[in-house]
Design a protein around this ligand. Structure first.
Ligand code: GLU
Length: 312
């Protein structure tokens, strides 16, 4: 059975982009007779207070997009809050450790962002490998000055996959990605490790998420393989942009659910979003359940979606 998921990081009230991702994840799973799991990605607890996770679940209920498992509803694969799963991440971190793939990194932010540092396609810096081959003496000496973050050594290997919506995508891990963080200096595990472990242990077979995470997928596929975990299929959806072309953000209140709820019914919001996503010919009110029957990824645009002026 298809098991989809929502994996929000609730650092504020949901905005239309988050909502659109939930709608497509729900439709994609439900149109195949599947289920949806809700996992709260609150690794950065300071940024993601519980209050927002609770509001998010109320919002999903209100919209008719409640998950079948997870969040405060619980289920067989809990806990569903990443902040409560560090013991689980630790076990998988140790697998990488035992393979000799983990090393401490003492680089400061300014060292990492040196002017000549190569950049990834998503704008992030490709790590130059400065701390990859430190001697035990160097590690001991540097550890006295600052606690290190922890990186994983990636191979010089090209990993490709066929995205269910955007088609083939590949990256050479050494050249395009670089050794990436597994754990922060304060002990918090990194998103890349947590997301792989969680999707596998929660039985997720289908990941629907924003295109901004397309370039994270090759390294995640490599982690699945290295950890001996089954990988899901991936569908990356285009980004939803405000009418003036800026990226939607939780900081700008205008597209947040709080404001939308005051103006529209759930069916009006869902119907308008379905229209911009190509799922119906006019922005008429719809429930998610009504849209599931005719759902097909073929209808969804592959380019960024600009919200028409005045639609919301
Ligand atoms: N937690 C991430 C976000 O809210 C999504 C991660 C994922 O879907 O893999 O952007």
């Amino acid at each position: 059975m298809t098991v989809g998921r929502y994996a929000p990081s609730p650092s504020g009230r949901m905005h239309l982009g988050n909502l659109c991702c939930c709608l497509l994840a729900w439709l994609s799973a439900k149109s195949q007779g599947g289920r949806v799991v809700l996992r709260i990605e609150d690794l950065d607890q300071a940024r993601c207070p519980r209050k927002f996770a609770e509001l998010l679940q109320q919002d999903l209920d209100w919209l008719g997009l409640a998950a079948d498992e997870g969040g405060d509803k619980g289920g067989p694969h809990g806990p569903y809050y990443q902040s409560e799963r560090s013991g689980i991440y630790q076990q998988f971190y140790e697998i990488l450790w035992k393979k000799g793939l983990v090393y401490p990194c003492f680089c400061s932010r300014s060292q990492l962002h040196a002017a000549d540092a190569p950049h990834r396609s998503d704008g992030q810096v490709v790590y130059a490998g400065t701390c990859r081959n430190l001697t035990p003496e160097q590690v001991a000496e540097r550890s006295r000055r600052r606690p290190p973050a922890w990186r994983v050594k990636v191979p010089d290997e090209t990993i490709g996959f066929t995205d269910g919506h955007l088609g083939y995508y590949q990256e050479n891990l050494a050249r395009d990605c670089g050794d990436f963080y597994l754990r922060r200096a304060d002990g918090v595990f990194a998103y890349q490790l947590a997301v792989v472990v969680d999707d596998a242990l929660m039985g997720v077979t289908q990941v629907v998420r924003g295109e901004d995470l397309l370039s994270s997928t090759p390294r995640q596929l490599w982690l699945y393989r290295t950890l001996g975990l089954p990988a899901p299929e991936f569908f990356h959806m285009p980004l939803l942009l405000a009418p003036d072309g800026r990226r939607l953000s939780k900081r700008d209140g205008d597209e947040s659910l709080e404001n939308l709820q005051a103006k529209y019914t759930p069916e009006e919001i869902i119907g308008r979003l379905a229209w911009v996503c190509g799922l119906q010919k006019a922005p008429d009110p719809r429930t998610p359940a009504e849209l599931a029957d005719g759902f097909s990824w073929e209808k969804v645009p592959r380019q960024d979606i600009l919200l028409p002026e005045g639609l919301f």
